[in-house]
Design a protein. Sequence first.
Length: 363
Amino acid sequence: MIEALPTTIERDGLTAQTAELPEGFEVIYTQRNEGVTPALAGQFDSRADEIYTGLDPKTVFFPQANMSRFPYSEYPRDEVEAVGNALNMHGAQSLEVARKAFALENLKWLGLASKADYVVMYNSEEIDAGGRDPIYNDERNFVRFPATDIAVVGPKSDEDSSLTLAMGVADCLAIPIVDTTTEAFGYAHAGRPGTGLRTSQRTVEVLRERFGTNPRNIVAHLGEGVCKACYMVNEETYDAFATDFGGKAEVGKVLNQYPQALAFDRLNGELQIGIDLYAFNKYMLADSGVGEISVAVNCTARNSTSCVSVKNGEVPSETKQQFYSHERAKGKIVGWLAKNGNLLEFNTYDLTTPRNLAALTRR
């Protein structure tokens, strides 16, 4: 097992972490560069501010998805929808910024849905998405796959051009899995649900089943994600995770090898359980026979004094955080700060910085 000290690279003003992968492969994980894309905030003009300031939507989810629950009647529905669409475009625009900065060619975007479904590509062209049609976005030059946390690509041929698999991430592990012999590869998305559904292990299985990959020839990298100190869940959520993983006996196998894979605390008298996503995925990959596993050392949340990435016990302020984090941004809407479901203020800071993007390219 290798603890991978990330290398920081910068292109066109955008900073990312990268890791050692076999020659011909590159993985990047973008950071929140303040001011790189100030034009994003320009979508939210005074009219948007006028529509939303002071309203009490009673929801922490953006109203575009809960329109029936949102008190939009004072304003034309098309105006409210326009603001919603602008927010929903932020992720796509962040992808565009990174695509240009890091020359991400032939981009395939994973439509994450915390499922164990997978997409298979042969020679970078033929697509098997389990009967589901990919979405082609000609304007932004990428293909989006529906409902998958796993994508695999067949052995490289002389005719293959560069190919990039990309996904949006915030605390979840993005795990490139590369066959060093054939150059077949996969990308797994492993947050709590994906780790429970064993997406990294399943990726190895699909590479073996579809392309004859020998796991001993695989190099895998566990990318930047949340540490267990910053990711505590209640007992109900943990029990669901353990059930997905195969039950408490299967969790016990992980604990036998990694006794610190779970952390325990109490919040207002309620038991909280920290899940070490790295430990669970290291266990699964090693159990699958993977030859080399490297592990990033950056926590994306950094919201606890016990965090592995917090120095001197001082949690960074939001503007000094290195990555966007769902865990840290609990109670926030993209660009909006909410508390107990009540909208408090309009905040464009998050909107001027690209979202975290994990991208794996085979040149």
